[in-house]
Design a protein. Sequence first.
Length: 370
Amino acid sequence: MARPQQASPPRRDRDRQALLPVMQSVAPAECCAALLGGGPAFLEFVLAQDLGPLWHHRLEAAGLLDRLPAATADALRAARQTAAAGYLAHRWALAQVDQLFSGQGIAYVVMKGVHVRECIYPDPALRPACDLDILIAPQDRRRAAQLLLDNGYTAQVLPNNVSFEASFRQGPVDIDLHWSMLRGGRTRVDMTAGFLARRTQTNGVRGLCDSDALFMMLTHPAFGKYVCSPNMGLARVADFMQWMQHKAVDWPAVVALLEQAGLKTAAWIMLSWFRMLGQPEVNRVIDEGLALLRPGALRAAYLRFWLAHDLPTRLWPHERWIQLGLTLYLHDRPADMLRVLHGVWHARRHRLRDARLLMGDDYEWAAGRE
């Protein structure tokens, strides 16, 4: 069997170029030159990665938009306007959720991009988000779902995910309602209660505390986005890079959470991937975390091989191979891996029960769903 070729430098170079506006040490003129030199294909990539608003903001602030072709400047401006409209819709939905849930005594916390953008972006509307990720306690899922349904949302309940999340839509707003941060069995203990107890408020958004937010950035993409697969997207990398530049990282607190969950290896591979795309000022902070999280030599070498040869991208059409060959080994101990496999079996066996815990005792799967 032929050995996989190492991931081509041009792809990583393109990703680094797309992230230039995120890095404080990079001059706006360098960003402008990269956009001009990349041509239409690079502009299309930047827009596809939801980075257009950041590019527009950085170049507009430096007075460099007029150096771009009119079509390029217009495309960046349109991306920023679309993101701003989406942000307003999300803020309206968050205010509604806060009124509904708080009024019924349902504790909740906002996670992922919708929370992160309030903490570190110069303008939160610069960070597009496709949905609102909201975490509640498992015992509150039925009441929370009914509140959303009673207020005009429609539910999308998927058999593969119903053990830990479901989606609700109203107009342009999608809410991903979670009662566990990851699929059952991923963590040694349920992290939900701690997340809810430590929640903070930023710009009127009830979000994760800083250590919990960084924990999420270093674990969820490892399993939900397969580290560096095409499903990862550079907007999440931009979130992390911004966080490293604007927040003081309490690595001991983050490592303690990762040890509690049994996911230090997952965080290590995410940091390793981020380091491949980072600039020196960010990589210095990343190196502090890598030193605290490094797995054993054999496992580290195996996971570096996956990154060096970009196997999550090469194997992307075959998710099962990625799950068995990569994500299973992102749990710290063999016992953790066995727990994950049992969690998958348990979730499949109890899909209908979990759906009824969410939607009511008379819920049945639509034809062809189960």
